[in-house]
Design a protein around this ligand. Structure first.
Ligand SMILES: C[S@@+](CC[C@H](N)C(=O)[O-])C[C@H]1O[C@@H](n2cnc3c(N)ncnc32)[C@H](O)[C@@H]1O
Length: 275
């Protein structure tokens, strides 16, 4: 038996406790990045080690929130990977346009930029009030920011470039009002959005979605958790529905590969086959 590493044992016990106490399951997150983030959180905390942190984390939800924040990566941007949004616009929208009503789930939406990008795309493609976007994340704090739809003005240059590369049809400045160093997205964009906390590792599926985006979330999971989440996403999609993963994620070599067709090679946009 290999010699146990004390720090790894302590980390494991903390994650086990977090799961039992709060139902948040980080036990199957990919180790290298998880350990890096745990160590960073510890270094910035007042605790000398993971064992000393365990009691406060388990007893005090506010301390747990700081850990949750430290463990999750929220990097995102509007029209991130613009070619994926271009593929959605050109290859997916023509199919969805025939539907009377569209149900979209953005799983792991972070601070909301991806959900607002979709709202803009659907508005430009004439969906008007014929859709609902469910935007979910494990972290309630990022959802508060997502609901506000206010972003640092300095990020807007990148968002604008992405929007143009994604085939945007208007001037991106039509979608926000600038005030000092902030950009406030047009409130109408969130009229058809529902924000909710949802944990992909343990919570139930969403029913009969026509389009599911779960991008740059699976890369943080070990293969068994990735498989569990793919099963959940699959169960949430109506037959003929579309699944959009991140550029470094794919259905290749998974049990779901056969049940889906990638709409263009390496686009990471898949269509669920009808039985
Ligand atoms: C890197 S961000 C990706 C944001 C966006 N989808 C994108 O591609 O730009 C990953 C998000 O996944 C969320 N996340 C991590 N584990 C999760 C889980 N088990 N259930 C739901 N969301 C989770 C994090 O809180 C974070 O906001």
């Amino acid at each position: 038996m290999p010699t146990p590493n004390l720090q790894h044992v302590e980390m494991h016990l903390l994650l086990e406790g977090v799961f039992q106490m709060y139902g948040h399951d980080f036990r199957d997150y990919a180790e290298a990045s998880l350990h890096r983030r745990l160590n960073k959180w510890l270094a910035e905390s007042r605790f000398p080690g993971f064992s000393e942190a365990q009691g406060p984390v388990l007893r005090d939800p506010a301390v747990f929130q700081t850990l949750l924040k430290g463990l999750t990566v929220h990097v995102t941007e509007m029209f991130r990977d613009p070619l994926a949004f271009k593929a959605l616009r050109e290859e997916v929208i023509p199919h969805l346009r025939t539907y009377p009503f569209l149900k979209v789930w953005v799983a792991g939406c972070a601070t909301g930029e991806e959900a607002y990008s979709l709202a803009i795309l659907l508005e430009e493609e004439g969906f008007k009030d014929r859709y609902r976007i469910y935007a979910t994340d494990i972290d309630p704090e990022v959802l508060t920011q997502a609901k506000a739809g206010i972003y640092p003005l300095k990020e807007l240059q990148k968002f604008t470039q992405n929007y143009q590369k994604a085939g945007g049809k208007a001037a991106f400045s039509d979608y926000y009002a600038a005030s000092f160093d902030l950009a406030m997205l047009e409130p109408r964009l969130r009229e058809r959005m529902v924000f909710a906390t949802h944990n992909l590792a343990v919570d139930a599926n969403f029913g009969e979605m026509n389009l599911v985006l779960c991008r740059n979330v699976l890369i943080y999971f070990k293969p068994n958790l990735k498989a569990r989440v793919l099963e959940l996403l699959d169960a949430s999609l109506a037959p003929g529905g579309f699944l959009c993963l991140g550029q470094k994620e794919s259905l290749d070599t998974t049990p779901w590969q056969k049940g889906y067709q990638e709409i263009a090679p390496r686009s990471r946009v898949y269509r669920k086959r009808y039985e």
